[in-house]
Design a protein around this ligand. Structure first.
Ligand SMILES: *[C@@H]1O[C@H](CO)[C@@H](O)[C@H](O)[C@H]1NC(C)=O
Ligand SMILES: *[C@@H]1O[C@H](CO)[C@@H](O)[C@H](O)[C@H]1NC(C)=O
Ligand SMILES: *[C@@H]1O[C@H](CO)[C@@H](O)[C@H](O)[C@H]1NC(C)=O
Ligand SMILES: *[C@@H]1O[C@H](CO)[C@@H](O)[C@H](O)[C@H]1NC(C)=O
Ligand SMILES: *[C@@H]1O[C@H](CO)[C@@H](O)[C@H](O)[C@H]1NC(C)=O
Ligand SMILES: *[C@@H]1O[C@H](CO)[C@@H](O)[C@H](O)[C@H]1NC(C)=O
Ligand SMILES: *[C@@H]1O[C@H](CO)[C@@H](O)[C@H](O)[C@H]1NC(C)=O
Ligand SMILES: *[C@@H]1O[C@H](CO)[C@@H](O)[C@H](O)[C@H]1NC(C)=O
Ligand SMILES: *[C@@H]1O[C@H](CO)[C@@H](O)[C@H](O)[C@H]1NC(C)=O
Ligand SMILES: *[C@@H]1O[C@H](CO)[C@@H](O)[C@H](O)[C@H]1NC(C)=O
Ligand SMILES: *[C@@H]1O[C@H](CO)[C@@H](O)[C@H](O)[C@H]1NC(C)=O
Ligand SMILES: *[C@@H]1O[C@H](CO)[C@@H](O)[C@H](O)[C@H]1NC(C)=O
Length: 793
């Protein structure tokens, strides 16, 4: 056997031998990190699954990997079981304190649900971060839900208490910076402390909120990606705590130990404000659910809230933009917390509608776009079915291709001697695809904030006003509305709500049309450090002229087509014409420059960059036509066609079976993902033979975890693979889709869905020649996984 297979097997072995941690069953697959509370760049909590870790064997982490204290304990007939967090590790061994046993971990586009056995009780922690892009007000709320429910599994009645706390790390990266806190009860002005807070039946629906903030806030500042201003809130109601509801803040070990001993808290708020690492302060709630016969549950909400949220530059000068939710719900943080808390049922209904539609659309896509009638699409109804493997060791798939099954990893390969071509026997491609897009949904939306457009706008009652949307380029460099990060994410928004593309493009247009950018090509981003959307008045942004000019034109046309908004094309025609001029000059023979894949370095004559520019010139022809500039339209269209013909002579390898990575670099190749907009928008610039040639080429260069980005490295991009998949024949498309799902389930990466990974080995983050690892984490580019859904008409 080749050495390759042993490397491949590693993650599976690691998963199997984790001492003492029993593994939950994962549905629809095991992601490298499970989203917990993911609503904004600052409310972004995950738990890794690396090395067999689960919700109660690893700490919750901020997307960047920093540990967050989030602790959950269920007490059943006097015995406490930890189901969330690892706080119990710091307590002395107590016979009445155990770990709950993980049973299942499931996710969909909205929820991550973990179930555990806690003696005779099954506890479910349901983390809910709604993805409802058609609801602009709700989408602008940066808060998330945790619903913990308990159910007796033996038909008997049990005495049950629930405990939950968060620590001050949620509001500060620096562990030596002083944090202030207070507890508030809805409807009461004074902060709560002491026994006067004891719950009566009349206050069982009052909302209790811990508020945490830095003693010295620094508006619009960040420290290692943590906000330096605003408040973190953690809230609940007494709800089902029929007998007793208590709270406490104080030193973590004391508060948790006290709870385990007494099964209740002291109702005292620690008055000694301090840093997160000094006698670690935690902020806790305990619910005594009393005798639970069948089921009971508690709802918690939490998140980081900034008012104002973005600094913005346009012709009116520098503005501090308020979050959009202030326009919907008023300016009070308390009011926001209450509205959000009481909205759970409605949000759940809206979220379920989106999820149902997503499944129906995936099923429809595969009904309409497969070459075989043998496709099942019935699995959606039964996520727990054992749908995975056939028992046979080789076979022929529905495309007539032979594959060989490897019983040690459950996967098959078209070419077992090189492990090229992933073939997953009996796995519905629709299931693989669902696994990918469902995981991506919260990650995409969690990179954005929505704001009002003017300082004063939030209080005005102008209901026709619209928000701005600002994206943080999470993990790669924190830019605002990076054009080549909005571009890969575009398919998600075309599918989910095209208007949101306009909300992100508007500030880019406004800033440049107001004269704040001096160059004749499109700006790379609206600011180098989120949340400062102040542009680049000196024009010294990252130099990607061809990339971004093409992207802006393509996104603008895509938006206009999907939203039927020709007026938008008219509004920005002048700016786009300027960028198109740049493309006419530089697209066919691209100078030495970066493309969006800047980690790969500069390169002259990049085939994929050139074709983006050429397709964008074709798009400009459509735009000119739509606004009535018919002679310009004819000129753009004719040039696009002529450039494409010339491009083929430069770009296609002499073997005539693939395009090259760069002109005149014989035998080189790469993912030609920039032809996707031609198909998406039916532009007709790219002839069929180019699509067919590329589709036939990719399987031959695929590796275990997919097709490398290009010939230079083994790494690839998940977003660009799905863009490419959307340009291919069904058999090749399936290879990409199954490979990404296979990688997600097997990768040894430990953080939120990375878009950059190795197609060989254990599917790690790539390491360069100097041994430096590039970790892309939680990036919104995963919106690109929706490439297939965006093709649905
Ligand atoms: C994921 O990998 C595990 C461990 O090999 C396997 O049991 C499971 O069936 C796989 N699931 C999917 C969806 O590939
Ligand atoms: C998660 O739990 C919620 C209820 O809290 C339910 O509506 C949803 O369907 C569940 N999702 C999965 C994938 O189990
Ligand atoms: C619980 O009760 C139901 C109906 O009363 C019965 O069918 C079931 O077997 C019982 N389960 C256990 C674990 O006793
Ligand atoms: C509760 O007691 C605290 C002092 O412990 C006091 O500051 C607060 O005003 C009281 N709240 C109410 C509602 O009486
Ligand atoms: C945003 O701009 C302000 C004002 O220049 C600055 O103090 C702050 O540090 C900037 N924020 C980031 C994240 O760079
Ligand atoms: C929240 O944070 C901001 C800025 O850090 C602060 O000015 C404000 O008073 C805090 N509290 C509330 C309830 O909004
Ligand atoms: C709450 O009350 C306790 C006991 O009276 C006191 O020690 C503590 O400082 C108070 N906390 C706050 C935030 O005032
Ligand atoms: C009480 O628990 C039940 C059962 O889980 C749940 O349906 C209900 O919403 C809970 N009530 C509150 C106020 O949380
Ligand atoms: C309301 O907002 C819309 C969109 O921003 C704007 O066009 C309109 O002029 C505004 N109306 C008023 C009365 O301010
Ligand atoms: C698109 O907009 C035009 C002009 O507003 C309108 O006439 C047409 O009916 C719209 N088409 C669709 C499909 O909504
Ligand atoms: C770029 O490609 C063009 C067309 O093939 C060629 O004329 C030119 O020399 C190439 N530039 C470089 C630097 O290789
Ligand atoms: C590519 O072309 C070469 C030479 O024409 C040929 O031998 C080879 O089989 C082709 N490869 C594919 C994958 O079609």
């Amino acid at each position: 056997m080749l050495a390759g297979i042993y490397r491949l097997l590693l993650p599976f072995c690691v998963l199997g031998v984790v001492a003492g941690i029993s593994q939950p069953a994962y549905f629809p697959l095991r992601p490298p990190a499970v989203p917990l509370a993911v609503r904004s760049p600052y409310t972004s909590a995950w738990v890794t699954t690396k090395d067999g870790a689960t919700l109660n064997s690893a700490s919750a982490i901020f997307w960047s990997g920093v540990d967050l204290g989030w602790e959950g304990i269920v007490t059943v007939d006097g015995v406490s079981y930890e189901y969330l967090g690892v706080g119990s590790d710091a307590l002395p061994a107590l016979p009445s304190l155990k770990k709950a046993t993980p049973l299942t971990t499931r996710y969909d586009s909205q929820y991550s649900n973990f179930t555990f056995a806690a003696g005779p009780i099954e506890v479910t922690a349901s983390f809910f971060s709604p993805v409802i892009p058609q609801e602009v007000c709700r989408t602008s709320i940066p808060l998330s839900y945790l619903i913990t429910s308990v159910r007796a599994t033996d038909n008997a009645t049990h005495d049950v208490q629930l405990y939950n706390d968060i620590n001050a790390r949620w509001i500060t990266y620096a562990t030596d910076v002083k944090v202030k806190w207070s507890l508030h009860e809805s409807g009461i002005t004074q902060p709560v402390n002491g026994s006067n807070a004891t719950i009566t039946s009349t206050t069982s629906s009052s909302i209790f909120s811990w508020l945490l903030e830095l003693e010295e806030a620094y508006t619009f500042g960040e420290d290692e990606n943590f906000p330096q201003w605003g408040n973190f809130t953690f809230s609940t109601t007494a709800g089902n705590a029929s007998t007793e509801f208590t709270f406490e803040s104080g030193f973590a070990a004391d508060v948790r130990y006290g709870y385990v001993q007494n099964r209740s808290l002291t109702n005292l708020v620690d008055g000694d404000y301090r840093a997160s690492a000094v006698r670690e302060p935690v902020f806790a709630f305990a619910h005594d659910l009393g005798a639970v016969k069948r089921e009971s549950s508690v709802v918690y909400t939490l998140g980081s809230v900034q008012q104002p949220s973005v600094r913005y530059l346009n012709a009116d000068g520098l503005s501090e933009l308020d979050p959009w939710w202030m326009k919907c719900y008023g300016s009070s943080l308390y009011e926001l917390i209450e509205v959000h808390y009481r909205d759970l049922a409605t949000s759940q209904e809206l979220a379920a509608r989106w999820e149902t539609q997503l499944r129906a659309d995936i099923a429809r896509f595969y009904r309409e776009n497969s070459s075989s009638s043998s496709l099942s699409s019935g699995w959606f109804g039964d996520l727990s079915a054992s749908w995975m493997y056939s028992n046979s060791s080789e076979g022929t798939n529905r495309f007539g291709e032979e594959w060989v099954f490897d019983s040690r990893n459950g996967y098959g390969f078209y070419n077992p001697s090189t492990f090229a071509g992933v073939a997953v026997p009996d796995v519905d491609e629709a299931h693989s695809y669902y696994s990918i897009v469902a995981l991506a949904a919260r990650q995409v939306m969690g990179a954005y904030v929505l704001t009002a457009r003017q300082d004063s706008d939030s209080s005005s009652s102008n209901t026709t006003a619209e928000p701005f949307m600002f994206q943080k380029e999470i993990s790669s460099d924190g830019n605002v509305n990076t054009v080549d990060v909005l571009y890969p994410a575009m398919p998600f928004f075309l599918y989910a709500n095209p208007a949101m593309i306009r909300y992100t493009l508007d500030p880019l247009y406004e800033n440049q049309e107001d004269g704040f950018y001096p160059n004749g090509y499109s700006m790379h981003d609206l600011g180098s450090a989120f949340p400062n959307a102040t542009g680049h008045v000196l024009g010294d942004d990252e130099y990607m002229p061809l990339e971004e000019s093409g992207n802006m034109i393509l996104m603008t046309l895509a938006y206009a087509r999907f939203a039927n908004d020709t007026a938008y094309l008219r509004d920005h025609y002048e700016k786009m014409a300027e960028w198109a001029q740049y493309l006419l000059e530089f697209a066919l023979i691209p100078e030495d420059q970066l493309s969006t894949d800047d980690f790969a370095g500069e390169l002259v004559n990049q085939t994929n960059l050139a074709i983006k520019g050429i397709v964008a010139i074709g798009a400009m022809g459509e735009i000119a036509k739509a606004v009535g500039a018919s002679s310009e339209a004819a000129n753009f269209s004719a040039t696009a066609t002529s450039y494409e013909t010339q491009w083929e002579t430069f770009a296609i390898d002499p073997s005539v079976n693939h395009t090259m990575l760069a002109y005149e670099w014989r035998s080189s190749w790469g993912l030609l993902y920039n032809i996707y907009p031609d198909r998406l928008l039916s532009l007709g610039i790219i002839p069929d033979h180019v699509y067919e040639m590329q589709s036939a080429w990719y399987p031959g260069v695929s590796q275990v975890f997919g097709v490398p980005l290009d010939v230079r490295h083994f790494y690839t991009k998940s977003d660009w693979q799905l863009w490419t998949a959307a340009t291919c024949e069904p058999a090749t498309r399936r290879l990409f889709v199954d490979a990404v799902a296979f990688w997600l389930n097997a990768t040894s990466t430990q953080y939120a869905f990375t878009d950059l990974y190795d197609t060989v080995g254990t599917g790690e983050y790539p390491t360069d020649d100097d041994g430096d690892i590039t970790q892309f984490i939680a990036r919104p580019v995963q919106g690109g996984e929706y490439s297939l859904l965006a093709l649905l008409k």
